[in-house]
Design a protein around this ligand. Structure first.
Ligand SMILES: *Cc1c(COP(=O)(O)O)cnc(C)c1O
Length: 356
């Protein structure tokens, strides 16, 4: 018997969620965003599950090459583009699409001898202020690149800072983007998950769903279930020890939780070295035996404690869901003052993964 923690990736949920993105943007092609090891779900695994996707988007060129090596022939977009002229040659050789977000990348494109031309998206900064050229330069840059023989095609892209915050929204960025690209007649890519769900009118030529593929909600006020999404990962483990606390007895490092009555607790084989958030407080929900119980005290590196006082029949070996099908990852993320993106990405490589 190995340590009982296990991550299950739900293939059918990935497919369902991708289809939902396509339903929201029926006229658009979709880059399934699989950066950061497909948000912790496994890049190859997700690419296989979503073999019918129109394309894939990620950041890591070695991962993009691995995809090509495994036989993926769909468009693959590097969201941060290349980091050297050498990488641009690799992109040309393997038909990887690149974002162009700064002057040096344009210079490499104009001055490097490439095996064949590359497809590219010019990244425009419309207010996120992270990557991209000042949006108003779109026409000038498109003009400059039009004679470039290394370019197979050029699109324009931008990214919204507040598509998930209805109080701010996308209006200012949208207006700035469309004013800047007016008349250029180039393919457009704008929408992440939140924009696909709330502003389908900006779906345009290519959408870029990430989080929604994995079955979590980008919105604080709406659940994944309300949005029709299905959890694509379940993190499960087992109780490996039980203890009885007398009034005044405390649990774990720092003795952060102390019993005010006689209690029964269980020790679960899951800790922050597995990716469970260390800052999850007492009270964070945990799914056990068909209902919720709660985390008690500080999360350790390899273990955490849960309340079994109302579960007299639960013993060592009982299965626990930390998040997944029964307990939405968004609920755990909120309890731990973070977002589901961070929990997914933090799943540790020591956690065995199975697919269903
Ligand atoms: C990560 C990323 C996305 C996907 O965002 P989600 O909120 O996960 O849907 C889309 N576009 C770019 C440029 C990104 O970096």
């Amino acid at each position: 018997m190995t340590r009982p923690i296990q991550l299950t990736i739900h293939t059918a949920a990935l497919k369902h969620n991708y289809q939902l993105a396509k339903l929201r943007a029926p006229q658009s092609r979709a880059f399934a965003v699989i950066k950061a090891n497909a948000y912790g779900h496994g890049m190859q695994r997700v690419a296989t599950a979503l073999a019918d996707a129109d394309g894939f988007a990620l950041l890591e060129i070695d991962q993009a090459l691995a995809l090509r090596q495994s036989g993926v022939s769909k468009p693959i977009l590097l969201l941060e583009g290349v980091f050297s002229a050498e990488e641009l040659k690799t992109c040309a050789a393997h038909n990887l699409m690149v974002a162009l977000h700064h002057e040096q990348q344009l210079a490499w494109l104009e001055s490097t001898a490439l095996q064949r031309p590359v497809h590219a998206f010019l990244k425009l900064n419309t207010g996120m202020n992270r990557l991209g050229f000042v949006a108003e330069r779109a026409a000038e840059l498109a003009q400059r690149l039009s004679p470039c023989s290394n370019l197979a095609s050029l699109g324009v892209m931008s990214h919204f800072s507040c598509a998930d915050e209805a109080s701010i929204g996308i209006a200012a960025q949208r207006q700035r983007f469309f004013a800047a690209v007016d008349g250029l007649n180039l393919p457009i890519s704008l929408a992440n998950s939140a924009a696909i769900l709330d502003y389908p009118e900006v779906a345009c030529d290519w959408v870029r769903p990430g989080l929604m593929l994995y079955g979590a909600s980008p919105f604080a006020e709406r659940s994944a279930k309300d949005l029709g999404l299905q959890a694509a990962m379940s993190l499960r483990s087992q109780i490996i020890s039980t203890q009885v606390l007398q009034t005044g007895d405390c649990v774990g490092y720092g003795a952060q939780f102390c019993a005010d009555r006689t209690m029964r607790i269980g020790t679960v084989a899951c800790g922050y070295a597995d990716g469970y958030p260390r800052h999850a407080p007492t009270g964070t929900p945990v799914w056990l035996a068909g209902r919720l119980t709660r985390l008690l005290g500080r999360v350790s590196m390899d273990m955490l404690a849960i309340d079994l006082t109302d579960f007299p029949d639960v013993a060592e070996g009982a299965s626990v869901e930390l998040w997944g099908r029964h307990l939405p990852i968004d609920v755990v993320a909120k309890a731990a003052s973070t977002i589901s993106y961070e929990l997914m990405c933090a799943i540790s490589s020591r956690v065995p993964v199975i697919t269903d």
